[in-house]
Design a protein around this ligand. Structure first.
Ligand SMILES: Cc1ncc(COP(=O)(O)O)c(C=O)c1O
Length: 477
């Protein structure tokens, strides 16, 4: 098939226009599709209007036309993979799938400790033992600037493989080709969480798979134009580390049996749009982001992360600002922008991150830059030193595996009394979704302080007590 074909999108469109009145799921019976009116349409109509299920909707009950498989093959061809699977559970599902494919119960696997919380779920499911790799930290900005290939070489030989995150939440990128070489030299597999970098697959230098990763996970809804929740996991089988049947087994384990054809068709549509003119569109946007960076860098006291000052490549579609020199509080700036309808990807006291995409117009990026500069000037204060964010520096003592901790008997105690105990749960500032404390890790005075500090300025997710006053610890080690 050719890249201008859209097998899944076409089938979705046919189903949408078909006037079907199914005697099977979906429960809304497609009564709200197009201009038809169903029961309680005033409440239900808008939200499910475009919802077409895969099974018995986009395809028949037996999936006999394999529209999904054809669309997945086109994605794989586009990004240089041997196989790709579309996901409706985001890169979260992708990470669980990817780590699950490689991990074994009781066997170490080397994972970047700044990886997204979903890798923890994979560790719980698989029972693997995490060997954490810490990212290189920028000496001045204290931000993660990618995984060092040397770190791979230093890891004990008995690990099953490596998991790296690139780009990071703040846009810093690892040299995936060097990581792949370092892993492959040891005869081991490299997984790359490229959740933030779906656009890289459509640029000449390619994404994680083209650069040597054996498995890559990418969100179509973050940097590209897929429906929320959409992601793709792709593999390169050639080196013999991973194979299609293991991929299918893990995708099938982690997915719903009723995936939304609408979500999946939006992946096919995005791939075709990117194949048609995506590179040119990206180049246009990347140039306006570069222009925005130059303008922002001229603001006194403001540092704009880029290839020159970061010590690594920075995603050309990200704007990451380091604020202390302006005295501006990033959380307050983020809130002000959110109130204006232009919420940032993330903001903490010292940094604020913005994501541009192909759906932005270059003129908007520049207009937004002017607005941002105006806000920064209006909120300017005397400069202050940088206070490094704790999530990028966590170096935990792993006492038991995440799986053992997750299933262990537990008791609740005041967080302030928990020093020395082993956590049964996760405390995860969101964004960036990197756990400060994860199941199986020793609680220290520093972690408690970091949790309390994070709780004062934002959401600390996934802990059982939202007040952060108490913690569940494992009963006996
Ligand atoms: C690095 C990273 N990986 C994976 C994910 C999960 O992606 P999704 O929201 O598509 O499940 C996120 C979410 O923010 C992330 O930051």
């Amino acid at each position: 098939m050719a890249q201008d074909e859209t097998p899944l999108l076409d089938a979705w469109r046919r189903a949408q226009r078909s006037g079907k009145r199914p005697m099977q799921i979906p429960g809304h019976k497609m009564r709200y599709t197009l201009d038809r009116k169903g029961w309680a349409a005033d409440l239900i109509g808008d939200t499910v209007r475009d919802d077409i299920v895969m099974q018995g909707g986009v395809d028949d009950n037996a999936y006999s036309h394999d529209y999904l498989g054809k669309a997945e093959a086109l994605w794989a061809q586009q990004v240089g993979a041997d196989a790709s699977r579309f996901l409706v559970g985001g890169s979260s599902q992708g990470n669980i799938t990817a780590v699950g494919m490689v991990a074994d119960r009781g066997v170490p696997i080397a994972i970047d400790r700044t990886s997204h919380r979903s890798t923890q779920a994979a560790l719980v499911i698989s029972g693997a033992v995490p060997v954490w790799i810490y990212p290189r930290l920028h000496p001045e900005f204290h931000l993660p600037i990618g995984m060092d290939p040397e770190a791979i070489r230093r890891v004990p030989e008995d690990v099953n493989g490596f998991f790296a995150t690139s780009p990071s939440y703040i846009g810093t990128m690892s040299d995936v080709a060097s990581l792949a070489r370092a892993a492959h030299d040891r005869g081991q597999v490299l997984i790359v969480d490229q959740a933030w970098g779906a656009h890289l697959d459509f640029l000449p230098e390619g994404g994680a798979v083209r650069n040597g990763a054996d498995i890559s996970v990418t969100s179509v809804h973050k940097a590209l134009t897929g429906y929320s929740q959409t992601a793709v996991v792709s593999i390169r089988e050639g080196r013999g580390f991973v194979d299609r049947s293991t991929l299918d087994r893990w995708v099938d384990l982690t997915t719903t049996t009723s995936p939304s054809g609408t979500l999946l068709a939006s992946i096919d549509a995005t791939r075709a749009a990117m194949a048609r003119g995506g590179r040119e569109r990206l180049e246009l946007l990347m140039e306006s982001v570069a222009q925005a960076r130059r303008r922002l860098a001229a603001v006194p006291g403001l540092i704009v992360l880029d290839d020159a000052n970061a010590g690594c490549r920075v995603d050309p579609m990200k704007l990451t600002l380091i604020l202390p020199g302006t005295g501006v509080d990033g959380t307050a700036l983020g809130n002000a922008l959110f109130d204006l309808g232009h919420g940032p990807e993330s903001s903490d006291r010292d940094t604020i991150v913005f994501t541009a995409s192909v759906a932005d117009e270059p003129e908007w990026i520049l207009a937004f830059t002017d607005l941002l500069i105006g806000l920064i000037e209006s909120m300017r204060q005397p400069g202050r030193p940088m206070a490094p964010l704790a999530v990028w520096r966590v170096e935990p003592e792993v006492v038991v595996t995440p799986r053992e901790a997750f299933f262990a008997d537990r008791r609740r105690i005041p967080l302030r009394d928990a020093v020395g105990e082993v956590s049964a749960e996760q405390f995860c500032p969101y964004p960036p979704g990197v756990p400060l404390l994860a199941p199986g890790e020793r609680v220290t005075a520093e972690t408690i302080e970091a949790i309390q500090t994070a709780g004062k300025v934002g959401r600390v997710a996934y802990s059982s007590d939202p007040t952060l006053e108490t913690i569940e610890v494992i009963d006996a080690v």
